[in-house]
Design a protein around this ligand. Structure first.
Ligand code: ADP
Length: 359
C-alpha cells in the first residue's frame, strides 16, 4: 500500500513494467542432438533475432536482453534491485518468470547453491535468495524496527494451495476481497513465516518444493502445470524527527509461471484439457492485464484469473513489475521460442510489429 494518499493519487496512472528475455545456453541434450543455436542476442540494443525460419529471420526488441553467458547477479541487479527499493519505501512489486518448461524459470528465480554453506557471493543464487540477502542488508542499515514474512503458494487448476503449511494435507486456500483495503485480497489460512535472516529462505524453498513434489504424485500433475508464488512482506516502523511513528508495508511477489508450452495446445483429454484451459486462461489473462496497464486503460481484467486476482494490488498503479521471459537457443525449440518472444513482445509493445528481416 502506498505510504500516503497524495503519492498514490499522483502516480495512479503510472506504469512501470520492464520486459526482459533471458536465453539459456544450449543444454547437453540439444548439443547431443546437434540442434544448432538459432537465437542471436544483441544486448546493447536489447534485441533478439531468431534465424532458422524458412524464409525470414525475425527481430524483437525488449527493455533488456540477456544472452546465455549472463550471470545471475546481472539479471538480479538489472531487474530486481530497483524493485526492492520500492518495496522498502512501502510499495508492492512483482517479478514474473515466463517461458517453456526447461528454459530456466526456476534457475532464474531460485537458482542453484554450490554448497550448503551459502553466502551472497555464491554465483548460482537466483532472484529469491538474492532479494532476501539484499533486503536484510538494507533493513539493517536503517534504524527502523522491521519484520519480514514470507509465504509460498501454488496455483493449480485455478485453485490455491499452501506450500508452507505445516499440515500434511495439500490444503486448498480461499481468496477473499479485503474489506479494509479496496483492490486487495486476503488468503484465508495462508501460512506466513517470519524470517530473521536470508539463509532461512533456503529451508523454506526446500519445504515448499517437497510439498509440491508430494502433491504431484497424489494429484497426478506436473509442477510445470502450476504457478508458484513466493511472497515477501516487509513491515517497518520508522520514527520521524517529530517523534511520530510511520508504518510502512511493502510486498514483493516472485512468480514462477506454469510452462508456456501449455498455451494454445489442443487435443488434450478430460482433466488435461481442463488443466490446459486453466493455464491458458491465466497466462493469457496475465498478458492482457499487462497490455492494458501499459496502455493505461481504465478497466483491467484482474478478476479473470486467480493469479491476477491475487496480484491485483501489486500490478499497476505505483507498483513496479519485471517480466523475464526465458528461452532456449536451440532449433528444436523454435516454435515455443517464437511463441514466448511473441508473448513477451506483445505484453509491452502493442502497436509495433516485430521486424521481419529478409535473409
Ligand atoms: P524451468 O523452470 O523453466 O522448467 P529450469 O530452471 O528447471 O527450467 O532449467 C532447466 C535446466 O537448465 C536446469 O538444469 C537449469 O540449471 C539449466 N539452466 C536454465 N537456465 C540456465 C542458465 N541461464 N544457465 C545455465 N543453466 C541453466
Amino acid at each position: 500500500m502506498p505510504p500516503s494518499a497524495g503519492s498514490s493519487r499522483k502516480s495512479a496512472r503510472e506504469c512501470n513494467i520492464q520486459v526482459a528475455v533471458r536465453c539459456r545456453p544450449l543444454n547437453r541434450k540439444e548439443q547431443d542432438e546437434n540442434s544448432p543455436s538459432i537465437v542471436e542476442c544483441t544486448p546493447q540494443l536489447s534485441k533478439i533475432t531468431v534465424k532458422g525460419l524458412k524464409y525470414d529471420s525475425k527481430t524483437f526488441a525488449y527493455d533488456h536482453v540477456f544472452p546465455p553467458e549472463t550471470s545471475q547477479v546481472d539479471v538480479y541487479e538489472t531487474l530486481v534491485e530497483p524493485l526492492l527499493d520500492e518495496v522498502l519505501t512501502g510499495f508492492n512489486c512483482t517479478v514474473f518468470a515466463y517461458g517453456q518448461t526447461g528454459t530456466g524459470k526456476t534457475h532464474t528465480m531460485e537458482g542453484v547453491r554450490s554448497s550448503d554453506a551459502v553466502t551472497v557471493e555464491d554465483p548460482g543464487l537466483g532472484i529469491i535468495p538474492r532479494a532476501l540477502y539484499q533486503l536484510f542488508e538494507k533493513l539493517e542499515q536503517t534504524t527502523n524496527e522491521f519484520s519480514v514474512r514470507v509465504s509460498f503458494l501454488e496455483i493449480y487448476n485455478e485453485e490455491l494451495f499452501d506450500l508452507l503449511s505445516p499440515l500434511d494435507q495439500y490444503q486448498k486456500l480461499r481468496l477473499f476481497e479485503d474489506s479494509r483495503s479496496k483492490g486487495s485480497v486476503v488468503i484465508q489460512g495462508l501460512e506466513e513465516v517470519i524470517v530473521h535472516n536470508a539463509s532461512e529462505v533456503f529451508g523454506l524453498i526446500q519445504r515448499g518444493t517437497e510439498k509440491r513434489r508430494t502433491s504431484e504424485t497424489k494429484m497426478n500433475k506436473a509442477s510445470s502445470r502450476s504457478h508458484s508464488v513466493f511472497s515477501v512482506t516487509v513491515h517497518q516502523k520508522e520514527s520521524s524527527m517529530t517523534g511520530e511513528e510511520l508504518l510502512k508495508t511493502g510486498k514483493l511477489y516472485l512468480v514462477d509461471l506454469a510452462g508456456s508450452e501449455n498455451i494454445g495446445r489442443s487435443g488434450a483429454k478430460k482433466d488435461r484439457a481442463r488443466e490446459a484451459g486453466n493455464i491458458n486462461q491465466s497466462l493469457l489473462t496475465l498478458g492482457r492485464v499487462i497490455q492494458k496497464l501499459v496502455q493505461k486503460e481504465q478497466h483491467i481484467p484482474y478478476r479473470e484469473s486467480k493469479l491476477t486476482r491475487l496480484l491485483q494490488d501489486s500490478l499497476g498503479g505505483r507498483t513496479k513489475t519485471s517480466i523475464i521471459a526465458t528461452i532456449s537457443p536451440a532449433m528444436c525449440n523454435l516454435e515455443e521460442t517464437l511463441s514466448t518472444l511473441d508473448y513477451a513482445f506483445h505484453a509491452k509493445n502493442i502497436k509495433n510489429r516485430p521486424e521481419i528481416n529478409q535473409k
